[in-house]
Design a protein around this ligand. Structure first.
Ligand code: 5AD
Ligand code: SF4
Length: 529
């Protein structure tokens, strides 16, 4: 049985137990009530995979007896779940570590998790010697053991000096027949007073980070990872090195998690993976499209999203599943990266411009209008002005509702590092500006078309300053809306009242909103009553 420690149902019972224990202990000892649990602070950088990994890491830590706090200053253990997709993201982490280094003197411990941890490994200890724990995402299953070691070493340090513990798996070790879930750990003294614990599985791991304990941050919509790692090796990308080889969870396990979330009251599920549509059911029962449809049919689930899809593995059956299953949202994120077949080839993307556009044609022929978004990289080595113009033309041809655009950033270990014809930084910036300006015009025109239509939104929150509610459409668009003559009473009361005040929408519920205005990135509307 999985436990969603972030969900109010579990959060409440968990803290009730803690509070009760604290009260009893406080009464027994007659001293001021104090929570003795170790505290941790966790900051997450990067993609949704990292956000969801963090929810599982938080669940694991809470289960191990830690308490989450909101500031670095309150924490005994400070963790950064890191991203190394571009150099800027990586540098951010080292800046954070430098900013808080002084807190080491207060006995706080620092840990680096995620992609920078996996990529830089033990080199992190050289750049940031105050770090005690370095753990890549493929080693999260060993976190409980590492936390125990961290506490033990803490004690050992106070009495005997410094320790070094290694949870590293080498490929060789596995080749000589050691089962992968047995880890080695060694404890040794380092020259300085330092604790160093590493969990750095190699890319061959075939385990997914499945845990009983997840602390989801939103009680209405939640992530489920269906596939981890990546075998595509695009020439510019670190992910295959940091997240390991592609490995899928069984469809039974995914569906059990979806049903459990539905039981807890979640109505929206987002299936996650570096390439969700490369999903291969280890139990052989379901294709990705079948899994998608099955999650969409779980009772109580109103919306299912999935990200990210790889164009090479994007089959027509996905569009057919969207057509056949109302709960599947009419939005697909399909990263193209470039509109030039020549550049796509250099990027090792495994499809041509024409093949990509064929997939767009399938989506445009769907019964519901599917909203399409993408990722683009500008300034890949050797990208000519003509290649870039092809990318601009593709934006017009597809008519995206959103584009995440990036300047190419050279990354360690990647094949693109050896390519000649690097594009100067100023030229990359120019191309990015041109692309963003073009896309903004496209979005202004596309969003305008929604004025006068009505869309169902999931209510996500309220912007008090603007007096607007924030909703999200099935198309994944933000739709800010007002409520005519909003009141605080219940709907029944308001209907009975003379001036017929309308009840405030509740977060997590669904409402129909009439679109009255548009911006390049959002819509404006009024609740339909
Ligand atoms: N430089 C710039 N952008 C990159 N991305 C991945 N690697 C790089 C890189 N080295 C972008 C791609 C991908 C998105 C998540 O990040 O567009 O789809
Ligand atoms: Fe990176 Fe390409 Fe894999 Fe996406 S498909 S994670 S861009 S290597």
């Amino acid at each position: 049985m999985r436990r969603d420690l972030g969900h109010p149902k579990f959060r409440n019972s968990y803290f009730l137990v803690c509070l009760t224990l604290r009260a009893i202990l406080g009464n027994m000892s007659g001293v001021r009530e104090q929570d003795a649990r170790r505290t941790f602070y966790l900051e997450t950088f990067g993609c949704q995979m990292n956000v969801h990994d963090s929810e599982k890491v938080v669940g694991t830590l809470i289960q191990e007896g830690y308490r989450q706090v909101e500031t670095v200053e309150q924490a005994d253990l400070i963790l950064y779940n890191t991203c190394s997709i571009r150099d800027k993201a990586e540098q951010k982490v080292f800046h954070r570590l430098a900013d808080y280094k002084k807190l080491q003197a207060q006995g706080k411990k620092f840990g680096v998790l995620g992609c920078v941890a996996q990529q830089e490994g033990e080199k992190i200890f050289e750049r940031a010697p105050h770090v005690s724990l370095v753990c890549g995402s493929a080693s999260y299953t060993k976190l409980p053991e590492m936390l125990v070691q961290l506490q033990t070493s803490d004690f050992g340090l106070r009495t005997s000096g410094a320790v070094e513990i290694d949870f590293h798996f080498s490929q060789n070790r596995r080749e000589v027949g050691h089962p992968i879930d047995v880890f080695s750990s060694h404890v040794s003294k380092t020259p300085q007073d330092l604790v160093r614990i590493t969990g750095l599985d190699d890319r061959q791991t075939d385990k997914c980070f499945e845990t009983e304990y997840t602390a989801r941050t939103n009680p209405h919509r939640g992530y489920i990872t269906i596939i981890e790692g990546c075998d595509k090796f695009c020439a510019y990308c670190v992910v295959p090195f940091t997240r390991g080889k592609e490995r899928s969870r069984t469809s039974e396990s995914v569906l059990a998690e979806a049903r459990q979330m539905a039981d807890l009251g979640y109505t929206e599920i987002q299936l996650l993976g570096q390439n969700v549509n490369s999903y291969r059911d280890p139990s052989g029962n379901k294709s990705f499209a079948e899994l998608l449809a099955a999650v969409g049919e779980v009772a109580g689930i109103k919306r299912v999203r999935f990200t990210t899809s790889h164009p090479r593995d994007f089959g027509k059956d996905i569009v057919e599943a969207i057509d056949a299953t109302p709960a599947l949202c009419d939005h697909v994120h399909l990263p193209v990266q470039s509109g030039s077949t020549r550049v796509l080839d250099a990027m090792q993307r495994l499809y041509t411009r024409e093949q990509y556009l064929e997939r767009i044609t399938w989506m445009k022929a769907a019964k519901r209008a599917i909203s399409i978004t993408t990722d683009v990289i500008v300034g890949f080595p050797g990208e000519t002005e003509a290649d870039f113009v092809e990318t601009l033309g593709l934006l017009d041809e597809v008519g995206y509702d959103g584009v995440f655009s990036f300047k190419y950033s050279p990354r360690p270990n990647t094949p693109a590092l050896t390519l000649d014809d690097a594009i100067p930084e100023e030229e990359k910036s120019r191309r990015l500006d041109v692309l963003m300006t073009r896309q903004k015009e496209i979005q202004i025109a596309r969003y305008k078309k929604y004025i006068g239509t009505t869309a169902e939104v999931m209510v996500e929150g309220k912007n008090e300053a603007r007096g607007q509610w924030v909703g999200r459409t099935s198309h994944n668009k933000t739709l800010n809306f007002t409520v005519p003559k909003e009141g605080n009473g219940s709907l029944t009361e308001s209907l009975a009242g003379a001036s017929a005040k309308v009840a405030s929408p509740k977060i997590g519920t669904y409402a129909n909103v009439r679109v009255t205005g548009s911006f390049p990135n959002s819509l404006l509307g009024e609740l339909v009553v």
